[in-house]
Design a protein around this ligand. Structure first.
Ligand SMILES: CCCCCCCCCC/C=C\CCCCCC(=O)SCCNC(=O)CCNC(=O)[C@H](O)C(C)(C)COP(=O)(O)OP(=O)(O)OC[C@H]1O[C@@H](n2cnc3c(N)ncnc32)[C@H](O)[C@@H]1OP(=O)(O)O
Ligand SMILES: Cc1cc2nc3c(=O)[nH]c(=O)nc-3n(C[C@H](O)[C@H](O)[C@H](O)COP(=O)(O)OP(=O)(O)OC[C@H]3O[C@@H](n4cnc5c(N)ncnc54)[C@H](O)[C@@H]3O)c2cc1C
Length: 627
């Protein structure tokens, strides 16, 4: 029945202060207030409805996304929302759109790689959305290998301009979000050529479309790259293709914080690492880690609530069947994902601190922690997105057949989320960067340069270096093992930062105790999953492994009465979850049944095509082939 909380009996089992946990999850009382207020604002506004996405054609879907983006912007302006509130509103609108790249990459690129003068010119236009930007780095032929990009930017001292050109088909920009149909400007990455000499890849601000009639400017060929995975999903985003035919831009539209070109045609490299040109990617990778905790927690919330609602087998003397959340196999699949959602939340908080710290250091020309920041953002982006994509799929399976319905919210969540394993850096390529960082650290062991921070533990591997085999097999030859070492390194960071979080003051009855249980589940689940490595290297004995498995079972029993409360703590509205299986009141079956009849296919009792195709079949009016 509507209005009845079918999960009340579960919520009454909770052993901790859920409201206090909501503050922990949000990060602070202020963050909770903003999140709570904005999520309810979005949920209550029919202008942000999203339950019809799967029935729209690509063009209808995209036009609807443009409408929503404009509506969101009007809401932000009318309500005078702060930057924080506006970001939260775009988050809860929950639809990949050109605005993600405008706010998430175009503006950060100008802030990170533009000079003060360039920031003063372009940021006000971007903040007022008087221009709409995208981040055009990837090309048809190159994405991972940035140094392989082929687009050229040739300086013309006669006119004090750069000539941006796509010399080959494979140099076509390909994938940039927002590029296909909306962006008026791009940060285009191209090989800088001055006086016939190449100076690597740099960013250039290029106008693509007229601000009067939105038509592509002279020399610009631009469009959408076509349908992507899933129906709705990321097809709300106009990922685009772009070719330049000798497009001229003023010299002052090369982002010049890292390198400069003077009007005399002199190239100057600032005394900063060339890799600062990659700074925007480092920034986005750390935001993607926080996104992972959001996406995984959404899937876990749906699967946990539904696992408490769903009953299957186990009826005693006509009594109720067993809740599937009580099966140990369901717990062993679900609870590590619940623990991971919390673990990724806290590692996301730490990574945000690390990024802010390295940014502050860079302003003082202190580059000492840049390598660690690169390795951590790359590795943790890889680790958390892989685990989250796999976790969303596991949550779908945890919901049985109904998990495969669009009304469960899980297929759409999966389809929108999975490109995170690829964009902002293919996950394997990023792990190889971590492996390179670890090998460089190992090569420096024994020198005066002592490993600190997240690699401090590596002093303990020093003895390995002294007995290492004489033959140094190539990095490429060992890359599979090195990638595994990179994952282990990142998992260690996640566990250690979860433990550090527990050292903090955490208010609320039973809250810290619950987080300790989740931290232990996260760590012991990893130990169980990789116990072969731990045993073969002598890190643990078989007895330790058995004890760990026993403890894991005990921990699952401790989580069980608190599971619903732990997902309530995410404080997601039913609108944001977009899932009948995950609805707050657990009133699943009536909602599933009602939703089925809303499908367009049920608009008529007799389906289109019956008279043309089925009736002749049934009436044997179709000449059957001679048997
Ligand atoms: C429902 C869930 C929510 C959904 C809601 C909707 C969400 C949707 C919206 C999401 C919003 C945005 C999504 C993002 C969109 C995606 C945008 C993109 O994809 S932009 C393009 C991203 N592309 C990449 O990431 C390319 C990856 N490749 C690289 O980064 C580089 O090519 C490389 C690092 C792999 C190699 O670079 P290279 O120059 O060749 O360097 P070397 O490997 O030779 O290393 C030399 C040296 O440099 C150091 N290094 C490398 N990179 C960095 C860096 N970034 N910072 C600092 N240092 C760096 C490296 O460690 C080496 O150091 P040594 O000391 O010499 O070892
Ligand atoms: C939804 C989506 C949105 C995107 N948005 C943008 C955007 O806004 N702007 C933008 O510029 N780009 C964007 N991209 C592009 C994205 O950044 C690239 O696709 C990504 O960096 C991966 O590069 P790639 O496609 O070249 O993969 P590849 O590198 O071609 O990957 C193919 C395979 O090769 C392997 N591989 C590659 N190099 C190595 C190596 N050295 N060693 C071992 N294995 C290797 C990879 O692991 C992978 O298995 C987007 C992509 C997607 C899917």
């Amino acid at each position: 029945m509507e209005g009845v909380d079918h999960l009340a009996h579960e919520r009454n089992k909770s052993e901790f202060d859920v409201d206090a946990m909501k503050i922990v999850w949000a990060g602070s009382p202020h963050a909770f207030d903003v999140s709570d207020r904005i999520s309810k604002l979005v949920a209550s506004d029919p202008g942000f409805r999203k339950d019809n996405r799967s029935t729209l054609s690509r063009k209808e879907l995209f036009k609807n996304t443009l409408r929503k983006a404009a509506y969101a912007w009007k809401t932000i302006v009318d309500l005078r929302l702060s930057e924080e509130e506006a970001a939260k509103l775009r988050f809860y609108v929950d639809e990949p759109a050109f605005t993600d790249l405008h706010w998430g990459m175009f503006i950060p690129a100008i802030k990170g790689q533009g000079t003060e003068e360039q920031q003063q010119k372009w940021l006000p236009l971007a903040y007022k959305m008087q221009i709409i930007g995208c981040y055009a780095q990837t090309e048809l032929g190159h994405g991972s290998n940035v140094q392989g990009l082929e687009t050229t930017a040739t300086f013309d001292p006669q006119t004090d301009e750069f000539i941006i050109h796509s010399p080959t088909l494979t140099s076509s920009k390909w994938w940039p979000g927002g590029l296909g149909k909306v962006a008026t400007h791009a940060i285009a990455y191209a090989r800088l050529i001055v006086g016939g000499r190449e100076h690597g890849v740099n960013g250039f601000i290029v106008q693509l479309r007229s601000l009067e009639d939105h038509s592509p400017l002279l020399g610009i060929t631009v469009g959408d790259i076509g349908m992507k995975f899933g129906n709705g999903a990321y097809n709300t985003m106009d990922n685009g293709v772009l070719r330049f035919d000798h497009v001229r831009i003023p010299r002052n539209q090369m982002l010049m914080r890292v390198s400069q070109v003077t009007c005399e045609g002199k190239y100057k490299q600032s005394d900063v690492p060339r890799q600062l040109v990659y700074g925007t990617m480092v920034y986005v990778r750390q935001t993607i880690v926080a996104d992972a905790s959001c996406a995984l927690s959404r899937a876990v919330c749906i699967a946990t609530r539904y696992s408490a609602v769903r009953r299957q087998f186990g009826s005693q003397n006509g009594g109720p069947e067993t809740q599937v959340i009580d099966y140990k196999t369901q717990q062993s699949r679900l609870f590590p994902l619940l623990a991971s959602a919390y673990a990724f939340r806290f590692i996301g908080e730490w990574l945000k601190w690390l990024y802010a710290d390295v940014t502050q250091r860079l302003q003082a020309n202190d580059f000492s922690t840049l390598p660690e920041a690169h390795a951590c953002t790359a590795g943790l982006k890889s680790l958390t997105t892989t685990a989250t994509a796999d976790g969303i799929e596991e949550c779908r399976k945890l919901c049985g057949g109904h998990g495969y319905l669009c009304s469960s919210g899980l297929p759409e969540l999966f389809a929108v989320y999975v490109p995170a394993c690829t964009y902002e850096g293919d996950n394997t390529v990023l792990l190889l960067q971590v492996a390179r960082f670890l090998m460089k650290t190992v090569s420096q062991l024994g020198s005066s340069k002592k490993p600190v921070g997240t690699i401090a533990y590596m002093t303990r591997v020093e003895h390995l270096m002294q007995c290492r085999c004489g033959v140094q097999r190539g990095f490429a030859e060992l890359s599979v093992d090195l990638v595994e070492a990179a994952v282990a390194h990142c998992q260690l960071i996640v566990v250690s930062k979860f433990i550090e979080k527990l050292q903090q003051e955490i208010p609320g009855k039973g809250v810290k105790q619950q987080l300790e249980v989740l931290c232990n589940i996260y760590a012991l689940f990893l130990l169980h999953k990789h116990q072969g490595d731990f045993l073969s290297t002598g890190c643990i004995t078989p007895k330790h492994a058995a004890l760990a498995n026993d403890e894991l079972r005990s921990l699952y029993s401790q989580v069980r009465p608190n599971a619903i409360a732990l997902v309530d703590a995410f404080n997601y509205t039913d609108h944001y979850l977009g899932s009948i299986l995950g609805c707050y009141d657990g009133n699943v079956y009536p909602k599933l049944y009602e939703a089925a009849w809303k499908d367009p296919l049920n608009e008529s009792v007799v389906p289109d095509g019956y008279h043309q195709y089925i009736r002749p079949l049934l009436k044997q009016e179709i000449r059957t082939a001679r048997l």
